[in-house]
Design a protein around this ligand. Structure first.
Ligand code: ZN
Length: 289
């Protein structure tokens, strides 16, 4: 009996040390980044999963429990997850809350007479570096014992982002100038467009919450015809019917499916770097001639 107690006492501090730190992310892209940098030292829970739309997400009681139990909460910021901010306030969680987009140069958009930030900063690879830096800082703050491992994982990850930046630049910068205007369901690609001089046009605006009106659609069909826009792209988080209708009425072709606000459940786009690579390939193929 006494021996058993002694063994237990010896084992406990080790067990406490090995306990992974509880990290909660708001949506699939942040979940993957946190996993890449946190590795084996974190126990990750994610709220809005693959192929799902965070703009219109409705929280559940288990989200509240996860917010309360987390050591670190990683959100995008730029008003992307007002539902998570409400949960953080209402649960009075002691978790450290960080915004992965902190420090990016935010784009703003005019919508319904208001100036609002464009939350889709992850669609620029240069911003993804900022996201990785912020996640590293957050992990260091809640789990300094593993700072060296986090730094190593972070540096390896940023090297992969940099390699993909080169692929993106060579693909997008070689597109013919006349092909750099395209249509998607909602305005998720402003940061990508800004980086490579591609103009993205969307019937739905910045959030999927807003539905396109008949006048929006008619105006867009006219614009596609007048400006000879070649392709429209579906999104993995959106119903594709509106886009197909616009393609049929305007004569533009459907260029494929882009990943906008969520990873895929499996395959290439199930990690953030794969998601981005897939978008580079889809856009490059559809717009090269
Ligand atoms: Zn979006």
């Amino acid at each position: 009996m006494r021996r058993a107690l002694l063994l237990l006492a010896l084992a406990m501090p080790l067990a406490a040390q090995a306990e992974p730190v509880k990290v909660l992310t708001s949506f699939s892209i942040l979940a993957d980044m946190a996993r890449q940098i946190g590795g084996e030292h974190i126990a990750l829970t994610n709220i809005v999963g693959p192929d799902s739309d965070a703009h219109t997400y409705e929280t559940t009681p288990s989200d509240g429990r996860n917010v309360q139990q987390a050591a670190l909460i990683v959100e995008n910021g730029l008003d992307f997850e007002p539902w998570l901010d409400r949960l953080v306030t209402s649960t009075e969680t002691h978790a450290k809350v960080i915004k992965a987009s902190d420090g990016v140069q935010a784009r703003t958009m005019e919508e319904d007479g208001q100036t609002i930030p464009d939350p889709h900063a992850w669609n620029s690879l240069a911003n993804a570096r900022v996201y990785a830096d912020n996640i590293l800082k957050g992990l260091d703050a809640v789990d300094p014992a593993h700072a060296a491992d986090y730094q190593r994982n972070h540096d390896a990850y940023v090297a992969k982002i940099d390699a993909l930046l080169k692929v993106a630049a060579s693909t997008f910068n070689s597109l013919p100038a006349g092909n750099k205007r395209i249509v998607t369901s909602h305005d998720a690609f402003g940061y990508l467009g800004q980086a490579y001089g591609i103009q993205f046009i969307a019937p739905q605006g910045i959030s999927t919450e807003r539905e396109a009106t008949a006048a929006d659609v008619a105006g867009l069909v006219r614009q596609i015809r007048e400006q000879h826009i070649k392709a429209v792209f579906m999104e993995n988080i959106s119903d594709s019917r509106l886009l197909k209708q616009i393609a049929a009425e305007s004569g533009a072709r459907v260029g494929g499916t882009l990943y906008s606000d969520a990873l895929a459940a499996e395959g290439l786009a199930s990690t953030y770097l794969g998601f981005y690579r897939s978008n580079i390939e889809t856009l490059g193929k559809a717009l090269k001639n």
